[in-house]
Ligand binder design. Structure first.
Ligand code: FAD
Length: 632
């Protein structure tokens, strides 16, 4: 963590100095805003947290509840989300309080007496080391709290505006040339103004208002997908039980066809059971929601036979009904308008895709939507990128949601199939292990676009596939001999990362790296000179790091090109955290398949690999950034 470069910080360094709209931020919701986010669920809060790093942008996030979410909803946190928490600075704290999934047990009817269940298999949760981060269980409310804290500590000093319900919006025609083209009608839900309307004008609106999204309706998007919904009785439970795997994640199938997804929860005692209530036809008209807690407990006991649950307390329960549903676009630009205008309204999270609880995707994929749209809005509104950048949100995220839904359908169908009806008795656990990378959130690969280069030089860095998230690996910081995960230094600060993996020469010797570094620092077409604002630190848009092929004692920091030792802040202090050597025990060049002739890996602000280029391809690097960034 870096601080003090603007002067001595004696209090919590996570609280960044207020800047821009964060200085004297009004408590009252203003009449005009740059971005209005509707809903403080995972999708909305991540968008807001990211935009809180852009103090030139007035962002407000409204929520119809009067206060924070206290309890309930999702709890499964995939490793990709924990990587994201690292970027927002709270991975370690949330790991400390969470339950960590390391194994999953599969319980099936006992072949010798099918009226009883017996453990049939165990599967390691991450057998191939997809991520150095764990798979966690922790309540959605805590995740939201951490993001809200990050927002409040960010330069824009954001906090949610509780007690406002979104009702409708209207987008002015482009030829009206309105500064704030989206007119939003809100209604106060709490306090002395409850029931009264409130109009807010916005440049952009993000609908993160959940599965029954009113923003979605207002832009004429409809959800398509399953007619029937699947229902689960979900209960967060404190109970005395003789079921031996009560502290292990389990898929439990009984002989009668009933099944449970059992999830131990944070804190050591609590657990969540999703008791399958089956498919629900729309003509059911909500009857399934009349299922009582007592009925859910009775069904759980029947499935667990011969084991019993003596339920002592149920702090939260719900009948959770969800279908696999998806909208065909995630913004307000209809097909006929594509190419004629850029979007003004976006929908994220459950507002545009819903998943079954069984694959634990809802909260995770929603957060990645928020991470994707957040920095793009920040870039456009801060004048760093053209408005066309905003069209990449729907183009990138809609196909991801679709492929997750396809995966989720397969997984939920398998879980609901009676063991004797499966082609292979181990099909369920095999599928779980084989597809682990998918639900963990790492199969997303964005196609070539203005933000993602062609894979022309992919063979120079086979372990950093273009379009996939940057998979961290170890390196050693030369300045202080610290063994670090390179990717963990990628903070959600809206900056691009440019990693220069050096050719074989030592620091200071003539080399392809030295030529590249000189070009980057001095050439008129260098992205550093073309796209970094002159009144900000030289690394305000690009965080450029070098990784030498030598172990750190062999890297002479006094001979490293100055572009990797930038001088920042009001005192012009040297930043020593951009120069790395290899960890000989885990050479990053080996583990990530990096060419010994050197290679440049470009990573987007949301941690996805945008391009891989040789050190000599300076024209291509400059041209790549000209497609997505404006000259400053
Ligand atoms: P949400 O988390 O739904 O957040 C939407 C927010 O918008 C809410 O805070 C809501 O109050 C607010 N809002 C809605 N309409 C308006 C409006 N008109 N104006 C202002 N604010 C508005 N997923 C699982 O994986 N496992 C589960 O067990 C599970 N259980 C769930 C139980 C319930 C009761 C619900 C509602 C969802 C559950 N989910 C579960 C789904 C999971 O929580 C979602 O996939 C995830 O929260 C999606 O995030 P989101 O930000 O898109 O939407």
């Amino acid at each position: 963590m870096q601080f003090h470069h603007h002067g001595y910080v004696s209090t919590d360094p996570r609280v960044e100095p207020a800047a821009g709209v964060g200085i004297d931020r009004p408590d009252e919701l203003p009449e005009n805003v740059d971005v209005l986010i509707v809903g403080t669920g995972p999708a909305g809060i991540v968008t807001a947290a990211q935009l809180a790093q852009f103090p030139s942008v007035t962002t407000r996030i409204v929520e119809r509840r009067g206060d924070r979410l206290p309890i309930g909803q999702a709890d499964g946190i995939q490793a990709r989300s924990v990587e994201t928490f690292q970027a927002f600075g709270f991975a370690n704290r949330i790991i400390d309080e969470a339950y960590q999934i390391t194994e999953m047990a599969f319980w099936k009817p006992d072949p010798s007496d099918p009226s009883k269940i017996a453990r049939a298999a165990r599967a390691v949760d991450d057998p191939t080391g997809i991520s150095e981060f764990p798979h966690l269980i922790v309540n959605q409310a805590r995740v939201l709290d951490y993001f809200a804290e990050f927002m409040a500590n960010s330069p824009a000093r954001m906090k949610p505006d509780y007690g406002f319900e979104f009702k409708s919006l209207q987008v002015a025609a482009p030829d009206e040339d309105a500064e704030y083209p989206v007119t939003v009608t809100l209604v106060h839900t709490t306090g002395e103004h409850a029931g009264q309307e409130r109009i807010v004008h916005a440049k952009y609106v993000v609908g993160a208002d959940g599965a029954h999204s009113a923003v979605r309706e207002s832009i004429g998007c409809t959800m398509a997908g399953d007619q029937a919904f699947h229902a689960w009785g979900v209960m967060d439970t404190l109970a005395v039980t003789d079921f031996p795997d009560i502290r292990t994640k389990c898929a439990i199938q009984s002989d009668t066809g009933g099944n449970i997804l059992h999830i131990p929860r944070e804190g050591g005692q609590l657990f969540r059971m999703y008791v399958d209530l089956g498919e629900v036809d729309p003509s059911d008209k909500g009857a399934v929601r009349q299922t009582t807690l007592e009925q859910i407990i009775a069904k759980a006991n029947a499935i667990l036979h011969p084991y019993t649950l003596d339920v002592k307390d149920v702090p939260w329960h719900s009948v959770y009904e969800v279908g696999h549903r998806l909208t065909d676009r995630f913004d307000d630009v209809v097909v006929e308008e594509i190419g004629t205008r850029t979007p003004r309204v976006f929908i994220t999270g459950d507002a545009c895709h819903t998943h079954s609880a069984k694959a634990g995707q809802g909260m995770n994929v929603s957060m990645q939507d928020g991470f994707n749209i957040g920095w793009k809005l920040g870039y456009v509104l801060d004048g760093r990128s053209p408005e066309s950048l905003l069209s990449t949100y729907s183009a990138e995220r809609q196909p991801v949601a679709k492929s997750l839904i396809d995966f989720d359908k397969q997984w939920s169908t398998l879980m609901a199939t009676r063991p004797e009806d499966l082609d292979d008795p181990t099909e369920l656990e095999d599928f779980y292990t084989r597809t682990a990378e998918f639900p963990a959130g790492f199969m997303t690969q964005y196609p070539p676009s203005m933000l993602v280069g062609e894979a022309s030089f992919q063979d120079l860095a086979t372990g950093f596939p273009i379009g996939k998230r940057f998979k961290s690996a170890r390196a050693v910081r030369v300045g202080d001999a610290n063994y670090v995960q390179l990717g963990h230094h990628h903070r959600a600060d809206g900056r691009w990362r440019v990693y220069a993996f050096a050719d074989a020469a030592a620091s200071g010797e003539p080399s392809a790296l030295a030529d590249w570094a000189h070009w980057l620092q001095t050439a008129p077409d260098s992205p550093l000179l073309v796209h970094s604002p002159k009144d900000r630190d030289v690394d305000s848009v690009f965080d450029v790091k070098v990784i030498y092929q030598q172990p750190h004692p062999e890297v002479d920091i006094s001979r490293v090109p100055p572009v990797f030792l930038p001088k920042t802040g009001p005192f012009g202090l040297t930043d020593y955290e951009k120069v790395y050597g290899i960890d000989p025990a885990e050479d990053i060049f080996e583990v990530r398949g990096l060419d010994r002739g050197g290679v440049v890996v470009v990573v987007r602000p949301d941690q996805y690999v945008a391009n891989v280029l040789p050190l000599s391809a300076t024209d291509e690097l400059a041209a790549f950034f000209r497609t997505n960034l404006l000259a400053r």
